[in-house]
Design a protein around this ligand. Structure first.
Ligand SMILES: NC(=O)c1ccc[n+]([C@@H]2O[C@H](COP(=O)([O-])OP(=O)(O)OC[C@H]3O[C@@H](n4cnc5c(N)ncnc54)[C@H](OP(=O)(O)O)[C@@H]3O)[C@@H](O)[C@H]2O)c1
Length: 428
């Protein structure tokens, strides 16, 4: 049996999943690609660490040069994470004529352009299926099976931690802080949860999805990002009452012209397939101009699901390395719309002093800024402050922000308690 040798950069969660899959599914892999895939070296930081995989000690090294200088290694698999030295190791591997697989969304979102360019100039493949939605084969589907489509819209629940938190808040009516604490205790959330709860991780993944879906370069910095830390149980209650779920969505839209790229908590109708994606699960909903609506659903993290995507990429390279195809890296020049130019509906919850005429004053500020209202709910009568909830018709973000400033100048207005964007509302 002919062998293809790989060098594994990292033996953490994903690296050990890759190791276990290559071992457990050895026969299936040989049947699928005609070669045995052998890990011939493993780079780690700490050679003395206890590991729960049965890789022989002699495979481990803490010196990247051992992998770079090994001409027998055809494919380098970067599952170490971080920007440096991962970026340097990937570029050097490509310079040495090695194909590369990576799961590193932060690196690809920020330095993808440089890496894609290098892979093309060196005639090597670079695949990164695991970087978006873990085990869900969404990138290869966009690149291959959907290549005959113009992707018009992609909307994803691509961060399991925030989906777990929002699902739990909705089921149990508990606040964000206590669910976060429980998620941290269970190991579903990092001790520093910023990357997840502030939407940075989802923005990385949306950047990669957008590059592939819309065939253009996208700068991470042009993606609008807002996390879930401001979502209150009362917003979830209002959402339910109005027929919506609240999800952290990564949204990319290309309706011709400039594209929209934004990550934020979103009201999504309960009947939309994304509304029922719960717990740590991920899903990507996609609209192609030929295929119509599609949804991909599955596990977005974990050793085996993520390892599955990495091993799929390795096999893809093994099958295609002698007849290399390039992942179309750049092409059209499309600009990302400034956030204030995007148009959608809004849920706006405003705390006001319960005095006659306040509703009329607020409505006139909306009107002055060209924002028309589709519904208003008032709750909390006989209390000094009450909650006024507005759902708007489609409005320009810039107008909404100006209306918020004007509304805050009304004496009876205590605060804009929340503003959440609404997708696919009833009157769209
Ligand atoms: N975990 C998931 O479910 C998941 C899902 C999708 C994508 N990803 C991506 O996959 C990548 C790996 O994630 P992970 O969760 O597997 O990370 P991890 O558990 O922290 O493992 C990282 C591994 O890389 C090694 N490493 C880190 N820095 C190194 C350095 N400078 N030199 C040599 N070795 C180094 C570590 O060595 P030691 O073991 O000696 O410390 C460890 O084995 C990240 O880019 C992540 O975003 C992860």
């Amino acid at each position: 049996m002919e062998k293809v040798k790989i060098g594994l950069l990292g033996m953490g969660t994903v690296g050990s999943g890759v190791w276990k899959i290559l071992k457990t599914n050895r026969d299936e892999i040989i049947r699928n690609c005609g070669y045995e895939i052998e890990v011939s070296k493993i780079l780690v930081k700490d050679l003395g660490k206890q590991r729960d995989v049965d890789a022989p000690d002699e495979l481990y090294t803490d010196d990247f040069e051992d992998i770079l200088s090994d001409d027998g290694i055809d494919i380098v698999v970067e599952v170490m994470g971080g920007i440096e030295p991962a970026r340097e190791y990937i570029l050097k591997s490509m310079d040495a004529g090695k194909h590369v697989v990576s799961a590193n969304k932060a690196l690809i979102a920020d330095h993808g352009k440089e890496i894609f360019k290098k892979s093309k100039s060196k005639g090597v493949m670079f695949l990164y299926e695991a970087s978006v939605a873990g085990g869900i084969p969404v990138l290869s589907s966009i690149r291959e099976s959907l290549a005959g489509n113009r992707v018009e819209e992609v909307m994803g629940i691509v961060n399991g931690t925030t989906n777990y938190i929002l699902t739990k808040m909705a089921k149990e009516g508990v606040d964000f802080e206590s669910v976060l604490k429980e998620a941290q205790d269970k190991g579903y959330a990092e001790l520093d949860p910023t990357a997840d709860v502030e939407g940075y991780d989802a923005a990385h993944k949306l950047t990669i999805l957008g590059i592939l879906s819309f065939g253009t370069d996208i700068e991470l910095s042009s993606v609008y990002r807002e996390g879930i830390t401001n979502i209150q149980p009362i917003d979830i209650e209002y959402a339910k009452e109005l027929g919506y779920a609240i999800k952290l969505l990564a949204i990319g839209k290309d309706r011709g012209g400039d594209i929209e790229m934004r990550v934020h908590p979103t009201f999504i109708p309960l009947e939309h397939p994304l509304a029922s994606v719960g717990d740590v699960f991920n899903a990507v909903f996609l609209k192609g101009n030929a295929v119509g609506d599609l949804m991909f659903y599955g596990r977005g993290a974990g050793d085996m699901p993520t390892g599955s995507a990495v091993v799929g990429d390795i096999i893809d390279i093994v099958k295609n390395r002698n007849n290399i195809y390039y992942i179309s890296n750049s092409r059209d020049e499309k600009l990302v719309k400034p956030m204030e130019e995007t148009v959608c509906k809004y849920y706006i919850r405003i705390m006001v002093k319960d005095k006659p005429g306040v509703l009329g004053k607020i409505a006139s500020k909306f009107g002055k800024n060209n924002v028309s209202l589709s519904s208003v709910i008032q709750k909390g009568r006989k209390t000094p402050t009450v909650s006024l909830v507005f759902i708007t018709h489609n409005s320009r973000e810039g107008n909404i922000q100006e209306a918020m400033e004007d509304i805050l100048s009304i004496e009876e207005v205590v605060e804009i308690a929340n503003l959440i964007r609404v997708e696919n509302g009833v009157d769209e």
